[in-house]
Design a protein around this ligand. Structure first.
Ligand code: CAA
Length: 263
């Protein structure tokens, strides 16, 4: 482990090709302070550049993925400081621009910025009794790290509006039923095993194909259908210029299962 350089996060490699970042501010239920986010971004960047990491897990503790932005840090923030520093903008720039796929493993509280962070990941897994919510309304503000936009795209306006206006929480089970979470697990241990298993599967594929797949799926959130389909086709075409397309299709033809990808 090389975690010692950080105060608010832990790093490990739970399986071959899998990098895990664990938010570790237990006394504040992993409230997302600026120092924590700087460390998270730094670690994400390093994993993205590290050839031994092919998929990234972002986890919290059993009790809290993250209970939101750090309210104590924000309490005295002024409009002019928030505006001039573009407060919270730095949260999403690194994580949403990574080459490698991310899995958020959510147990316990994922509130406010915690829910928003989980929604920035490519895949969201959670325990069935995880507690999601956007409670900012109770603090006299609104979600500020993409919550209103990403929640609506994930679960639709009807439910997202109700959740954001009431501040009430919803469970991991509901998150899965509504399409926000890809899968739920009965316990924290099962969640971490499941996240590691999925990350390992992805880490076994061509990193070029994985990057392309992630890119086209994410573009679906930005583009009209006809443009998205055109983009997908162009990227699909481009992969025929890759070595891994030859390697993958030849392996199928030769019934080889142990594939050595070039990327
Ligand atoms: N910021 C700063 N500190 C926080 C925090 C947060 N978001 N959430 C919890 N903590 C701290 C508490 O202040 C407390 O610290 P002290 O021991 O020093 O008092 C410690 O973590 C433990 O919390 P509680 O004693 O409150 O624990 P609990 O089990 O009774 O309650 C909870 C848990 C329901 C999650 C409660 O802590 C809570 O409501 N937290 C705030 C949730 C919230 O409003 N999040 C949204 C933040 S705004 C935001 O995120 C803006 C955005 O869109 C980016």
């Amino acid at each position: 482990s090389v975690s010692s350089q950080y105060e608010n996060i832990l790093l490990e490699q739970p399986a071959d090709g899998v990098g895990q970042i664990t938010l570790n501010r237990p006394k504040a239920l992993n409230a997302l302070s600026t120092p924590l986010f700087k460390e998270l971004n730094d670690a994400l960047q390093k994993f993205d550049e590290d050839p031994s990491v092919k998929a990234i897990i972002i986890a919290g503790s059993e009790k809290a993925f993250a209970a939101g932005a750090d309210i104590k840090e924000m309490k005295d923030l002024t409009f002019s400081k928030a505006y001039s520093s573009n407060f919270i903008q730095l949260w999403s720039t690194t994580i949403t621009n990574l080459n490698k796929p991310t899995i958020a493993a959510v147990s316990g509280y994922a509130l406010g910025g915690g829910c928003e962070l989980a929604m920035m990941a490519d895949i969201l897994y959670c325990t069935s009794n995880a507690k999601f919510g956007q409670p900012e309304i109770k603090l006299g503000v609104i979600p500020g790290a993409g919550g209103s936009q990403r929640l609506i795209r994930a679960i639709g306006k009807a439910k997202a509006m109700e959740i954001i206006l009431t501040g009430k929480t919803f469970s991991g089970e509901e998150a899965e039923q509504w399409g926000l979470a890809a899968k739920t697990f009965p316990s924290f241990e099962e969640l971490m095993k499941g996240a590691t298993g999925t990350a390992s599967i992805i880490a076994g594929y061509s990193m070029m194909a994985v990057k392309a797949a992630k890119e086209v799926v994410n573009q679906s959130q930005e583009l009209p259908l006809s443009e998205g389909i055109k983009f997908e086709r162009r990227v699909f075409h481009a992969l025929f210029g890759s070595q891994d397309q030859k390697i993958g299709m030849e392996a199928f033809a030769n019934k080889t299962t142990d594939i050595k990808w070039s990327h």
